[in-house]
Design a protein around this ligand. Structure first.
Ligand code: NAD
Ligand code: LMR
Length: 368
């Protein structure tokens, strides 16, 4: 359902309302669309909230009616971002925290922690080139998470995701708080891109479901779906166009081109931004979709399935991105790969060594 259609449905419902007083209209609007009354209290913390991703992501989380408390943390700039976002008339109470001294307060009681802290790529860099700086940032943030909100779901955006997720796992293991069901590498942007590129090629409407971000009551249907598995860097990103819906008869050349564009999506943005960072707006959208799915899972909404880079045994690697079912404790089930085409089987074989070495690099760093 498009936003315009959704608005028309609500407006039509309001016109049919028994009285035309604004208070009854408001009640109906609340009942139909903003069912915050029935949602439990949920605290979401964004670490790196003043950054290119952090700011729009904080905005999107402020629009999410599943959030009752929004905690914005960064090493600088969060008071301004928090003051700004806090004026939006939605459910959550917003607080800004700045500097390490306030990190504990920012995290205390969090149900979901979203981490977009760290440096982004410039043209010519790989995600692995960010390792030296971002690995240390992630390690210290995860040390604090283990101390102040050990039961939170942690959604890792900071690159290189293929290494930062294993780093987080090792930090939590050392602290005795590791729960493999609660740690996620956010690969949603790969899925978002694959859907967009596939829909464009097939000339079918891609999902327009902003209401997913804004309220949990409306039913949203995604018209296009493409699972993306593996990891989150170059060839480790493996879109499964053979499983895309609606189904298609794309040629091998088209599938190869779509696969390459999905794998290079991040680089496409980095080059277009010409030194001014990497994807921020589409990433904020993707991060908000994934956080929303985590919150719905925590709240017991059934059949919440997203792709994510998680601890896994579906391949020989200890971490792997695939579809996962989310529930009240985080990952409820890591779903298998399904039937792969020969092209995808080859892609899977090719990605294993690179993904393995990125995972091992993260584990080694965390333990030195
Ligand atoms: P940015 O530089 O605009 O923002 C990063 C923010 O992190 C800054 O505000 C900075 O102050 C903050 N920060 C640095 N150290 C911190 C710390 N110790 N604690 C808290 N905050 C800290 O960068 P960005 O464009 O927002 O990108 C952030 C990260 O997300 C990068 O590593 C980037 O590669 C990654 N990214 C991942 C995906 C994905 O699909 N997973 C997509 C896009 C970007
Ligand atoms: C992306 O996929 O856009 C991110 O991983 C950022 C990057 O460096 O490409």
């Amino acid at each position: 359902m498009t936003v315009t259609m959704l608005r028309s449905v609500v407006e039509a419902a309001l016109r049919r309302a028994p009285t035309s007083s604004s208070s009854s209209s408001n009640q109906l609007l609340r009942r139909r669309c903003y069912s915050s009354d029935s949602n439990p209290e949920r605290k979401v913390a964004v670490l790196g909230a003043a950054g290119g991703i952090g700011q729009p992501l904080s905005l999107l989380m402020k629009l999410n009616q599943l959030v009752s408390s929004l905690s914005l943390y960064d090493i600088a700039g969060t008071p301004g971002v928090a003051a700004d976002v806090s004026h939006i008339n939605t459910r959550s109470q917003v607080k800004g925290y700045v500097g390490e001294d306030q990190l504990g307060q920012a995290l205390e009681g969090a149900d979901v922690v979203i981490i977009p802290a760290g440096v982004p790529r410039k043209p010519g860099m790989t995600r692995d080139d960010l390792f030296n700086i971002n690995a240390s940032i992630v390690k210290s943030l995860c040390t604090a998470i283990a101390k102040f909100c050990p039961n939170a779901l942690v959604t890792m955006i900071s690159n290189p995701v293929n290494s930062t997720v294993p780093i987080a796992a090792e930090v939590f293991k050392k602290a005795g708080t590791y729960d493999e069901k609660k740690l996620f590498g956010v690969t949603t942007l790969d899925v978002v891109r694959a859907k967009t590129f596939y829909a464009g090629k097939e000339n079918v409407p891609v999902a327009e479901c902003v209401s997913q971000l804004q309220n949990s009551a409306c039913v949203c249907t995604s018209e296009v779906n493409v699972p993306v598995v593996g990891g989150h860097a170059g060839i480790t990103i493996l879109p499964l166009f053979s499983q895309a819906t609606p189904t298609s008869n794309l040629s091998e050349e088209d599938i190869a081109a779509l696969t390459k564009r999905t794998q290079d999506g991040g680089t496409e943005v980095v080059e277009a931004k010409a030194g001014k960072g990497s994807a921020t707006l589409s990433m904020a959208y993707a991060g908000a979709i994934f956080a929303d799915a985590c919150l719905k899972g925590l709240n017991g909404v059934p059949d919440i399935i997203e792709c994510s880079f998680v601890q896994s045994s579906i391949t020989e690697l200890p971490f792997f991105a695939s579809k996962v079912r989310l529930g009240k404790n985080g990952v409820e089930e890591v779903l298998g790969l399904g039937t792969l085409s020969d092209y995808e089987k080859q892609g899977l074989g090719n990605l294993i060594p690179e993904l393995k070495s990125s995972i091992e690099k993260g584990i080694k760093f965390a333990n030195q």
